[in-house]
Design a protein. Structure first.
Lengths: 157, 153
């Protein structure tokens, strides 16, 4: 049975400092490119970003995935604390609300909590259930503005 | 980089321009592992996946979401993007460089999408789109939605 008592559990906040080089590396990776001149220049060049209406370089829309992985020691501490079986774990859903822009030099503090826990009966195996855990992470910059709200749904098969 | 796009010029039912990735190879996975910090060996170590009876490594789902995001921001300037949500529905195996004829289709992803709603909400002119990412064999990897607040002419 889904353990509803996990709902509301908060994890240790983690901090990520946004660097130009990391943004470029991420932009190259999602663009499947090898050179800085081959990707969208709003991720690379401050002057181009400004010309396009941004305050400075911005990261691609899924960049914040590396906040937890590089800034917070990864998902493992959370998975262990939630008693999720890693061998049966799937990433079910990922969702972002973009509330304010992120730029190099920003220091982002992330606070993750368990938003929901529920189960669904397997379609082809009546009586067998899959467990869902929804993690919500609020990401705030050094000015205290929420820049992104992220929700990840983890599925245990 | 996306050109400016106006609320007035977008209609429910419009297709977003489709986008096709390069065939994903293992070097792309290694590059994404380093960039994102996701070093789960499922994505780069064949000896690890062999323990689970898998023939080869699989792509990070978040790389597929990243490629999907790139298709969106090629169409709509990123500053307008308000939300982006995906459901992961299938795994992606990389191509084998020594057998591209038979393996590039499974690793080549095409992102398509459609405008499903236009609404004025909280002072924003919102366009809501459905998006789907699938390989060249028809295997669906991601279904999702995104919304963007567009300027009016």
């Amino acid at each position: 049975m889904a353990d509803k008592s996990k709902i509301g559990t908060e994890f240790e906040p983690f901090v990520f400092e946004v660097e130009k080089g990391k943004i470029m590396e991420f932009a190259l990776a999602i663009s499947q490119k090898e050179g800085r001149d081959q990707v969208d220049q709003i991720y690379i060049d401050s002057a181009t970003a400004k010309k396009e209406g941004y305050k400075d370089i911005i990261p691609p829309p899924t960049f914040q995935t590396c906040f937890a992985l590089w800034g917070g020691g990864g998902l493992m501490p959370m998975i262990t604390a939630l008693n999720i079986n890693l061998g049966r774990l799937l990433h079910g859903e990922e969702e972002y609300d973009y509330l304010a822009p992120i730029h190099p030099g920003d220091v982002i503090t992330c606070q993750t909590k368990v938003k929901d826990v529920y189960e669904k009966e397997k379609k082809n195996k009546p009586g067998k259930f899959m467990e869902f855990t929804v993690l919500e992470t609020e990401m705030k910059n050094q000015k205290g503005e929420v820049v992104i709200k992220a929700r990840s749904t983890l599925v245990e098969r | 980089m996306a050109k400016e796009i106006y609320y007035n010029d977008v209609n429910v039912g419009d297709d977003m321009p489709s986008f096709t990735s390069d065939p994903i190879n293992r070097t792309h996975l290694v590059r994404y592992a380093g960039a994102s910090g996701d070093f789960n060996p499922l994505h780069h170590d064949n000896t690890f996946v062999a323990m689970f009876g898998m023939e080869r490594v699989i792509s990070h789902g978040m790389l597929v979401m990243g490629i999907t995001g790139r298709a969106i921001t090629d169409w709509i300037p990123q500053k307008h993007l308000k939300s982006f949500k995906v459901r992961f529905s299938g795994m992606t195996e990389p191509c084998d460089l020594n057998d591209m004829d038979n393996t590039s289709a499974r690793a080549t992803l095409t992102v398509t999408g459609k405008v499903v709603e236009k609404k004025e909400e909280g002072g924003d002119n919102l366009v809501v789109c459905e998006v789907q990412t699938a390989d060249a064999l028809g295997g669906v990897k991601i279904t999702g939605t995104f919304s963007a607040a567009l300027p009016k002419k």
